[in-house]
Design a protein around this ligand. Structure first.
Ligand SMILES: Cc1ncc(COP(=O)(O)O)c(C=O)c1O
Length: 373
């Protein structure tokens, strides 16, 4: 057999400005980190990087949690790790669904044998603590799961009232912070989140593939007391703990270059400082919201519940939204995304995440939209 001629073209991808729901634009320093030499996954030099990654993740999550590490995989792998570790077959799990990613958590929990009950809100709205408490009153659950930043709707779920309700009923709280961590406050210890996970390619502006997760001691205790082994060997956090911490026992070959990238991305977060980073994201988002309103495309979500890192402008009638996005990509090199699920065709999804969250990017996008519309 000979290699197919037409598959041999040079790798040729453009440099885009990524203003969709992720990945976001990767900063040069992160690219540079990825060309550091690949060493063994148990090399002392790599173990030192692992230790630093964990320390910086604790800062990022604002937690003292010992069990804090990156999962080798994308945000969905971290979601799956969160679910499969704390859920045993037959466990009651309450999932709050107000968008696409809440649905995904429920689907995963069902696959792992949980008795899933759901409460729902219209896409773009958020839950109150009372709604969660009422659901737990009707039927207790061992785990409550909620999405902090719903990338499908642009809504930001206030976490402390949900944490209170879950804890009042003795449940663990699992929070998806894939679209929010590093861009808006996620205060794991202060808010009382028991299991929190994220991704690398959104507000951290790293390539996809290394997804932070952290567990409070009471969640770790649940793991240690499981009656059944974790259904996924690859995502078993007690096994991963032995690789990421002493005795650094081989579990799987970590994606070394992806971890270098995460390390550099976390260094950038620490150098900027979380407060300054949150302020930068908010500043860019406010400029975007104002510009979109002037264009006749107000954000879908009420201002008090808007996710700073992801905005969903309502589309004016009569435009071919896919054609506008295509021209934006091909003529301006700017990526934004269409709506997902029940908001498809009704909104766009504009991400201002990590390195992409800058005023100059907002001004460029607004100017391009003005020209195209
Ligand atoms: C809120 C949320 N959760 C989970 C995921 C899944 O992450 P990934 O696509 O990296 O697997 C995403 C991705 O967009 C997300 O936005």
């Amino acid at each position: 057999m000979t290699p197919p001629e037409d598959a041999l073209h040079t790798l040729d991808v453009p440099q885009r400005l990524l203003l969709g729901p992720g990945p976001s634009t990767v900063p040069p320093r992160v690219y540079r980190a990825m060309i550091a030499p690949v060493v063994g996954h148990l090399d002392p030099a790599f173990v030192a990087v692992m230790d630093s990654i964990q320390a910086l993740l604790r800062y990022l999550f604002q937690t003292e949690n010992a069990l804090t590490l990156p999962i080798s995989g994308t945000g969905s792998a971290a979601m799956e790790a969160a679910v499969v570790n704390v859920v045993e077959p037959g466990d009651d799990v309450l999932v709050c669904i107000n968008g696409y990613f809440g649905q995904r958590i429920a689907a995963m929990a069902r696959r792992y044998g949980a008795n899933v009950q759901t409460i729902e809100r219209p896409w773009g709205e958020v839950f109150t603590g009372d709604e969660v408490a009422a659901a737990l009153e009707r039927r207790p659950a061992k785990v409550v799961a909620v999405v902090h930043g719903e990338t499908s709707t642009g809504a930001a779920q206030p976490i402390p009232p949900i944490a209170k309700a879950a804890h009042d009923f003795g449940a663990l709280l699992l929070v998806d912070a894939v679209a929010s961590l590093g861009g808006v406050p996620v205060l794991v210890d202060e808010w009382g989140i028991d299991v929190c996970y994220s991704g690398s390619q959104k507000c951290l502006s790293c390539p996809p593939g290394a997804s932070p997760i952290t567990l409070r001691p009471r969640a770790v205790q649940k793991l240690e007391q499981r009656q059944t082994p974790v259904t996924s060997w690859y995502l078993d956090l007690l096994l991963l703990r032995e690789y990421w911490g002493a005795p650094h026992k081989y579990h799987h070959t970590a994606p070394i270059s992806t971890m270098y990238a995460l390390y550099e991305g976390l260094r950038l977060v620490a150098e900027e400082g979380l407060e300054a980073r949150w302020a930068r994201h908010e500043d860019a988002a406010r400029l975007l919201w104002q510009g979109l309103a002037e264009l006749g495309m107000p954000p879908h979500v009420a201002e008090e519940h808007r996710l700073v890192s992801l905005t969903t402008p309502r589309l004016p009638g009569g435009i071919d939204e896919a054609a506008v996005r295509r021209r934006l990509l091909l003529e301006y090199n700017v990526e934004i995304a269409g709506g997902l699920g029940e908001l498809a065709g009704k909104v766009w999804r504009i991400g201002l995440m990590g390195y992409s969250a800058r005023r100059e990017n907002v001004l460029l996008l607004l100017a391009a939209l003005r020209a195209l519309l």
